[in-house]
Design a protein around this ligand. Structure first.
Ligand code: CTP
Ligand code: MG
Length: 234
């Protein structure tokens, strides 16, 4: 089963406080974004990789991706100031050059999540082929409370709560429509599945695992080193 992937990597990584886009931070001997790209380069189901970059990083991203020569082409696309805009640039690039004969599944996966496993990607793609929209997620471990002015307003029922990750997978036409509508209505979401929900459609949950972290704040680099070390042992 084939899919294309959009990898948004055009952020600034402000919360990581590294003084540069966090995608370039080294984990072992490679930048984070190279770890992420490698998963998709090695996956035989993945036929197209669109990497969304910001203008300041373009040259460095070109340099990094040129090391993958001879394998799958990595297409570089300019992003926007919000994640949603960056993803839309990637989706548009795929949509504009699609093969109209084929039903396409497109994945959106954060450049900053290098530990996604192929087995999870494949279960997600199969779910999206049937349900049109699906996301990887894990059950919440912590109790979650809604808080206002540092006072608890409400305790959520944990048995119903899931932490949402990427990849998220969609039928191409479905996600293209959702992004177009959201842009027209100035609707901004922190993930792509929320745009599908906003359009009144359902999103299927595919259970992933807790190692698929998004590298967001400096402590996450410690967890990342531990996950890598564990991967090497097994
Ligand atoms: N992203 C993007 N374009 C943006 C903002 C974010 O492509 N305008 C990408 C990031 O590069 C990252 C993913 O979306 O791979 C998830 O976003 P996040 O973890 O928030 O990364 P940053 O926005 O870079 O970090 P921060 O919010 O701390 O500045
Ligand atoms: Mg951000």
């Amino acid at each position: 089963m084939n899919y294309s992937v959009v990898i948004p990597a055009a952020g600034q990584g402000k919360r990581m406080r590294a003084g540069k886009n966090k995608q370039f931070i080294f984990l072992k001997n490679e930048p984070i974004i190279v770890h992420t790209l490698r998963v998709f380069i090695e996956d035989s189901w993945c036929r197209r990789i669109v990497l969304v970059v910001n203008k300041d990083d373009r040259r460095e991203m070109e340099k990094l991706t040129s090391t993958f020569k001879g394998e799958k082409p990595i297409e570089l696309v300019d992003g926007g100031s919000e994640r949603q805009q960056s993803v839309k640039c990637g989706i548009d690039a795929i949509f504009d050059t699609r093969d109209e004969e084929k039903e396409e599944i497109v994945l959106v996966h954060d450049g900053a999540r290098p530990f996604i496993k192929q087995e999870v990607i494949h279960r997600l793609v199969q779910a999206a082929a049937i349900d049109k929209a699906a996301t990887v997620a894990v059950p919440m471990k912590d109790t979650v409370k809604r808080v206002r002015d540092m006072t608890v307003v409400e305790t959520m029922d944990r048995s119903e709560l899931w932490s949402i990750q990427t990849p998220q997978a969609f039928q191409l036409v479905t996600i293209k429509e959702a992004h177009d509508k959201a842009e027209d209505a100035n609707q901004l979401g922190t993930d792509d599945a929320s745009l599908i929900e906003w359009a009144g459609r359902s999103v299927t949950i595919v259970e992933g695992d807790y190692t698929n972290i998004k590298l967001t704040t400096p402590e996450d680099l410690l967890f990342a080193e531990a996950i890598l070390a564990h991967k090497e042992r097994v």
